[in-house]
Design a protein around this ligand. Structure first.
Ligand code: KG4
Ligand code: ZN
Length: 395
């Protein structure tokens, strides 16, 4: 079946069309068209994602990205449609939250022949609610106009499902464990089968990506700082810069699978305060690289220790590690290393381009949902943006 998917939960506007095949044991996906626009440069000056700006930009860019993807998939056939005014009234009310989207949606859709697409899949949460609403409204309007089902999916399930795109390592044996490390979340999820998720560990404060971004800011690096901190840490390793900075390993010995990263961020703040009069301008490149390396090592040690504990506790056969932070080469290497240490374990990590937010992973999660609950294709879902959406099926 052909799925069009939309992701607007944070600062990436993403659309794609995939052809999905196979049963729940071995789903496979072919990307027919894919487009992504990152708003990162716009949010830089705020040092983080500014929700109302994200919403405005999603609404501005979504129609053009959508058209681009249709063209790439060879689905763009243009003609003058004669949709009734009543139908347009309904569409207008679906897009009520996105007033600026209605005219561009109408102009565009009026000239496009309905393509051979079976379902629209959209991220309904978690994420920034105003941003999520843009994708949800667009998807619902499209579903109404073309008379096809719209399916809402959980963004975090998208990150998990992103590993299915790698043909060499698609197989996931259950029980599996997912370690999700992104800008908004840090959690360990036990997976007993697709759609059967249970969070067994999570951060009690900051997410890993958030800690990376805040550390980057303290080092005077631009947003999003995660990749910058990783790059500096890599520099420290390759150039063997002397190891001076020492940071704590928060919750390393706690008797549970939870994390806490806000103390680590504070430790970075104090380190700069005590050694450089609180100013990153007083630090040399070597000082910054040393601190970045120590920060990354601390995060990694905690993540790896908790992951190993969770693997022991659950007897998981597959470890999935996903979310934006897994774009870091050192973190990827460390997690892949677990496969060597535990011969009965398969480690699945999405390729770097699928680690950060994208629409392909949302299509994959949507297809899994369709396979698990085929009725979503015939019974219209009540889809609303949910900033704090949790996993639906808990085992
Ligand atoms: O999954 P994602 O794209 O968005 C959320 O759902 O949050 O993750 C974004 C996070 C940001 O905090 C970003 O700094 C971090 O992932 N990140 C990295 C790297 N690339 C992205 N952190 C460390 N090293 C990287 N190479
Ligand atoms: Zn994400």
């Amino acid at each position: 079946m052909k799925i069009l998917s939309i992701e607007t939960s944070c600062d990436e506007t993403a659309v794609c069309i995939v052809e999905a095949e196979g049963g729940v044991e071995s789903p496979s996906f072919e990307v027919l068209g894919n487009a992504l626009f990152s708003q990162v440069d716009l949010h830089k000056e705020f040092g983080g994602v500014f929700p109302s700006l994200a919403k405005r930009e999603h609404a501005k860019n979504l129609p053009a990205l959508f058209k681009k993807v249709l063209a790439e998939a060879n689905f763009l056939a243009e003609k003058d449609n004669d949709y009734s005014e009543n139908l347009w009234k309904e569409i207008e009310s679906i897009l009520i939250k996105e007033k600026e989207l209605y005219p561009s949606f109408r102009n565009l859709l009026n000239t496009i022949i309905k393509p051979d697409i079976n379902a629209v899949v959209v991220t309904e949460g978690p994420g920034l609610e105003p941003a999520l609403w843009v994708g949800v409204s667009f998807a619902l309007a499209l579903g109404k106009l073309w008379g096809i089902p719209v399916i809402g999916v959980n963004h975090m399930e998208g990150h998990i499902a992103s590993v299915l795109m790698n043909p060499e390592s698609q197989k996931v044996d259950f029980p599996a464990l997912a370690v999700l490390i992104s800008g908004g979340h840090t959690e360990i999820v036990k997976i007993d089968g697709w759609g059967k998720y249970k969070v067994i560990g999570e951060t009690v404060d900051d997410a890993v990506g958030e800690a990376f971004d805040k550390t980057a800011r303290m080092l005077g690096l631009p947003y999003p700082g995660g990749p910058e901190v990783s790059k500096l840490a890599e520099l420290a390793r390759t150039q063997n810069i002397p190891q001076v900075a020492k940071l704590p390993r928060p919750m390393l010995h706690s008797k549970n699978l939870n994390f806490s990263f806000s103390g680590l961020k504070t430790a970075v703040l104090y380190y700069i305060r005590d050694n450089f009069a609180g100013k990153y301008e007083n630090m040399t490149l070597d000082n910054k690289a040393d601190l970045a390396r120590e920060f990354e090592s601390s995060v990694l040690e905690v993540l790896e220790t908790k992951t190993v504990e969770a693997l022991d506790e659950t007897g998981a056969k597959t470890l999935i590690v996903a979310g934006g932070v897994i774009a870091s080469s050192k973190i990827r290497e460390t997690f892949f290393g677990l496969e060597t240490a535990r011969t009965d374990l398969k480690v699945r990590i999405p390729e770097k381009s699928l680690a950060t937010d994208n629409a392909i992973m949302i299509a994959c999660a949507g297809y899994l949902k369709i396979l698990n609950e085929p009725t979503v294709l015939s019974n219209p879902q009540n889809i609303v943006a949910k900033g704090n959406l949790k996993y639906k099926v808990v085992v």
